[in-house]
Design a binder for this molecule. Structure first.
Ligand code: AMP
Length: 226
C-alpha cells in the first residue's frame, strides 16, 4: 500500500519568513524542508551551467522550470520524504504547481499556506539579513561592531549576505512574487487547500498558527518527544 505523503507548501514574498517557518515545521513534524533557493544556490557554485544559474538568481528572476523541477523530483524521491515534506520557495508559478501535482498521487495530501506581509516591511528585513551558505539558516544580525563575520549558531558556517539581497533586486523579486507566484493562491484556493497567516507577528506566533493548520488539515503522526 502506498504511504500518504503530507506536502506543506509555504508561499510568501521574499523575506516573509518561509525558510524560518519551514525549519520549525521540520523540527516539529520531523519531515524534511526542501528549499529550492538553497538547492539552486549550491548548484550555482559548481557544476554545469553554474555561471548562468548564478547570473539569473543574482538578477532576481526565476530560473527555468525544467532546472527547478528536476531538482525537486530528485529530492522528493529520497527516503526521508516518505511521510511528507515542506516546500519553501516551490512551486513559484502555475506550471511548477502542475508539475508537482503530476508527481503526487493518492493518498498524498497538499496544504498551501501563504505567509502574508507588506513588501515595505520586508525590505528592511532583507537588507539586514545574513545567511549561512552551509545550512541555509538566516539571521537578521549584521556582522558585529568590529566588522567580524559572524558564525551560524546551527552549524558554525560563516554568515554571508546573499547577492540578491540588494534593494533593486529585492524589488524585482517582490514583483515576481506578485505577478508570477500570486496566481497560485487562486489555484490552491480552488481546491480548498489554501490558508493565509499574518507574517508580521513574532516568529513563534506565526508558527503556532501554521502548526495548527497543519495539524487540522494533514495527518502527520506526532513524533514521540524524547
Ligand atoms: P529564494 O531562496 O527562495 O528566495 O530563491 C532565490 C532565487 O532562486 C530566486 O530569486 C530564483 O532566482 C531562484 N529560485 C528559487 N526557487 C525557485 C523556483 N521554484 N523557480 C524558479 N526559480 C527559483
Amino acid at each position: 500500500m502506498l504511504r500518504m505523503r503530507n506536502v506543506v507548501i509555504l508561499l510568501g514574498s521574499p523575506g516573509a519568513g518561509k525558510g524560518t517557518q519551514a525549519r520549525l515545521l521540520r523540527e516539529r513534524f520531523r519531515i524534511p524542508k526542501i528549499s529550492t533557493g538553497d538547492i539552486l544556490r549550491q548548484q550555482a557554485q559548481n557544476g554545469n551551467g553554474a555561471h548562468t544559474l548564478a547570473t539569473q538568481m543574482n538578477a532576481g528572476g526565476l530560473v527555468p522550470d525544467d532546472v527547478v523541477n528536476r531538482a525537486v523530483v530528485e529530492r522528493i524521491q529520497l527516503a526521508d520524504c516518505e511521510r511528507g515534506f515542506v516546500l519553501d520557495g516551490y512551486p513559484r508559478n502555475l506550471s511548477q504547481a502542475r508539475f508537482l501535482e503530476s508527481q503526487l498521487h493518492p493518498p498524498d495530501r497538499i496544504l498551501a499556506i501563504e505567509i502574508q506581509a507588506q513588501c515595505e516591511d520586508l525590505l528592511f528585513r532583507l537588507l539586514s539579513r545574513t545567511y549561512c551558505p552551509r545550512c541555509g539558516t538566516t539571521y537578521t544580525t549584521q556582522n558585529d561592531a568590529a566588522g567580524v563575520q559572524r558564525r551560524c549558531e546551527e552549524c558554525g558556517g560563516l554568515l554571508q549576505k546573499r547577492k540578491d539581497d540588494r534593494e533593486d533586486v529585492i524589488r524585482t523579486r517582490f514583483k515576481e512574487y506578485e505577478q508570477v507566484t500570486g496566481p497560485l493562491i487562486a489555484h490552491y484556493a480552488a481546491s480548498g487547500v489554501f490558508h493565509q497567516v499574518h507574517g508580521n507577528l513574532p516568529v513563534h506566533q506565526v508558527f503556532n498558527r501554521i502548526e495548527a493548520l497543519v495539524q487540522q488539515a494533514l495527518s502527520i503522526p506526532m513524533p514521540q518527544t524524547a
